[in-house]
Design a protein around this ligand. Structure first.
Ligand code: GLA
Length: 728
């Protein structure tokens, strides 16, 4: 039984394979947190809960003695007005202007399995769900806290539902998904920051007193911060030490923060960003917050990542592509940009014949009269100037070569030079008459409007049902400004960001259900919307517009903190690299891209004979290792943020096969690197086989993990890839 309730002690205990979370109902009805951490057998942790004497911290009404100040008591879902001066999880404004709330326990239910939240993506296949109903007696406002246990992967999902039973409309001003009060301790905060072409760099800094937060107010989760936060003990490494982590299944504005009070107690929170957010809730209506995915690891960061990876691989999304084989793609963007016609594309497709590439993806520029990025977004009709016979000749050419055809859309955008804009100038986000911003010369469609969502269902559906398309690259190339909807009343304007995300999910849900055989890939100027919300519909995301192999080491390494390699698309592109101008070996570019969902972003005809000839070998090798990349456990071995090289490995569940990828950044004279492997069976013997080199030997798993293995001296940007197979 993963979730138990001790009625006598009024104590909830949530158990996973290696963790325990416990909280109880106290006298007044408050839900006080007892413990989250390494698994303990005894569910009664109430001795841990100690009200502390504290000055200038008022006691709540009905407190049993003078030491019950909410400001210092660990609480499950803190609210405003009753003496907890830290960051609340919820904020409401009632009709009379009052923001006071006092949420106390009413009832609870424990049920087998779990249901995904209405209208929002969530994890499925949970073991048990606990719902605890809290109520503000004075107004009748109800908050239901939901916990879903995924026992074998050490994941606990949390979110909340706010129900207006007050008889009058109210405004929600803050609705976080999870708030976690942890005991005092010293922790580093880990977050993923970045920018365009520079996504998910790792930031690790000691927590200090006060609030430290990351977030996005750009309308999407963004390149700049990722909806994830971890708190690791200072000594925590990849393989040892404790770490708490939370990620949000949401693609819009978010906040992730940690607050440390003067007693060193920590409050960890994640949810929709409260800035620019206010939601009017009519009487009888409810508001559901996105799911927060929580995990705790006592064995380092790699376990944290694997817990998240397992949640995504086995529990996120319903498409048939979840944890299933993916095509090797060739994409024409860096090969042609906007400069193509039918002849050029047919030649490009023809050049792929026999190379083992599964899908050709036609990127930006095939619609309206889009010869550059100044026009046509919104006009999802084939440009007959460039493609006089439509998409059919391209599709037929692909199919004649045993390939399928994919296509690029940027559905959420509108160009002022488009038929759509001329017909519906009110469909974009802005305030009529007021000067507004453009980003990449384009405006954002106001997807908070249902008519816009329906239009997109129709036009994209038309293309997908007219042509044999197996793959859609779904792009989104600017962030929100002028966030105003011509369709919303004044007091609902601050709902625009969340309504946009809800309708985006509706649109993606409709299209992925209507076209179940189409694989959707997410993209937002590269990895600008790389989050679990998008991964629910798009099981893989273009990781970055920076396709340089050396930059990609950090980007893919950082991304792997939360997201499995099977969620990342990575392509071999031409050199000098178009983003940074660097020249790296063709083989290294392939080794890095093969550590994810592999493909190409170049014109094979522009390659040397030798490079072109190696594509068939690369795709054959990748097809042979893709099951390991998809389903294997991923281990980070050498950190490219701190070292002059990078190394990671995949190990299958049976621990009989592994793949180790090592990449040198700059060569160091006489440098023979020794590295310790992870995840192998210590009692097994393995055969280590360097794919393109002469290192071949047998060694015990215990030796490889404890003594390590030597990596032969590598040149600038050189790769060393090893297949490791159990022999007995
Ligand atoms: C974005 C994407 C690229 C490409 C271009 C096309 O930048 O990240 O991969 O599709 O748009 O305009």
């Amino acid at each position: 039984m993963p979730i138990t309730y001790d009625a006598e002690k009024r104590l909830f205990t949530l158990q996973t394979a290696n963790t325990t979370l416990s909280f109880g109902v106290f006298d007044h009805g408050y839900l006080f947190s007892h413990y989250y951490g390494k698994k303990v057998k005894n569910a009664d942790l109430s001795q841990l809960w100690q009200p502390g004497a504290s000055g200038f911290t008022p006691n709540y009404d009905g407190a049993p003695d003078g030491r019950h100040a909410l400001d210092v008591i660990p609480t499950e879902y803190p609210s405003y007005g009753g003496g907890d001066f830290r960051e609340p999880a919820i904020g409401v404004e009632f009709e009379n202007g009052s923001r006071l709330l006092d949420l106390v326990y009413q009832s609870h239910t424990i049920e087998k399995g779990n249901k995904e939240p209405d209208g929002l993506p969530g994890l499925s296949g949970g073991d048990e769900t606990l719902e605890v109903t809290l109520k503000d007696a004075f107004t009748g406002l109800v908050v239901v806290l939901r916990y879903v246990v995924f026992a074998d992967i050490d994941i606990i999902v949390r979110n909340s539902r706010i129900v207006n039973e007050t008889g009058k409309p109210l405004y929600i001003t803050r609705a976080l998904s999870a708030s976690l009060d942890l005991c005092e301790g010293k922790y580093d905060m880990i977050s993923l920051y970045g920018g365009h072409c520079y996504e998910r760099q790792i930031c690790r800094e000691p927590l200090r007193h006060g609030t430290q937060s990351v977030g996005s107010r750009r309308g999407t989760s963004s390149h700049f911060h990722n909806p994830f936060i971890a708190l690791a003990a200072p000594e925590t490494t990849e393989t040892a030490g404790e770490v708490y982590a939370a990620a949000l299944i949401y693609s819009g504005n978010f906040i992730a923060q940690a607050d440390v009070n003067y007693q060193d107690a920590i409050r960890l929170q994640i949810g929709i960003h409260p800035a620019d957010f206010r939601w009017k809730l009519e009487n009888g209506d409810s508001f559901v917050t996105p799911e927060a995915v929580l995990t705790y690891s006592a064995t380092g960061l790699n376990t944290m990542s694997q817990n998240f990876h397992n949640a995504i691989k086995y529990h996120l999304g319903h498409t048939k592509f979840r944890n299933a084989p993916r095509p090797v793609v060739i994409n024409n963007w860096e090969a042609t940009y906007f400069n193509f016609n039918e002849e050029k594309l047919l030649e490009l497709i023809g050049s792929c014949n026999g190379l083992g590439i599964d899908t050709f993806v036609l990127d930006d520029g095939w619609f309206g009269h889009r010869d550059n990025d100044r026009s046509s977004l919104g006009d999802w009709f084939v440009d007959k100037n460039k493609l006089p016979h439509g998409l059919t000749p391209l599709i037929e050419k692909c199919e004649a070569q045993g390939m399928t055809f994919g296509i690029w859309f940027e559905p959420e955008m509108i160009s002022e030079d488009s038929d759509l804009y001329r017909a519906h100038p009110d469909w974009c986000m802005r305030l009529e008459g007021r000067p507004y911003c453009r980003g990449r010369h384009q405006l954002i469609l106001d997807l908070s409007r249902d008519d816009v969502e329906q239009y997109l269902e129709k036009v994209i559906g038309d293309i997908l049902s007219t042509y044999r398309i197996s793959y859609v690259k779904w792009d989104m190339n600017r962030h929100f400004t002028d966030a105003y909807s011509a369709n919303l009343p004044a007091d609902r304007q601050p709902e625009i960001f969340h309504r946009y995300v809800l309708n985006l999910y509706k649109l993606l849900g409709h299209l992925t259900e209507t076209f179940p055989d189409v694989l959707f890939e997410g993209c937002s100027g590269g990895g600008g919307r790389f989050d679990m919300g998008m991964l629910y519909y798009d099981p893989q995301i273009w990781t970055s517009d920076d396709s340089d192999a050396i930059e990609r080491l950090k980007i893919q390494y950082g991304t792997s903190l939360v997201y499995p390699p099977q969620a990342m698309t990575a392509h071999v592109s031409a050199c000098p690299n178009h983003q940074v101008g660097r020249v790296t070996p063709f083989r290294t570019r392939a080794a890095v891209a093969m550590s994810a969902i592999f493909g190409y972003e170049l014109n094979p005809l522009s390659l040397s004979e030798q490079e072109r000839a190696s594509i068939a070998d690369q795709t054959a090798f990748y097809h042979s290792i893709q099951p390991l990349v998809m389903d294997g456990d991923f281990y980070r071995i050498v950190d490219p943020f701190t070292e002059n090289s990078c190394c990671w490995m995949f190990v299958n569940k049976e621990k009989t096969e592994a793949l180790l990828t090592y990449v040198q950044k700059l060569r160091i004279p006489y440098w023979h690197r020794k590295i310790k492997l992870t995840g192998l069976d210590p009692d097994a013997t393995y055969y280590v086989d360097e794919i393109h080199g002469g290192v071949k030997f047998r060694a015990g798993g215990d030796v490889l993990m404890n003594a390590g293995m030597a990596i032969p001296c590598a040149n600038d940007f050189e790769d060393k890839v090893f297949k490791i197979t159990k022999v007995d």
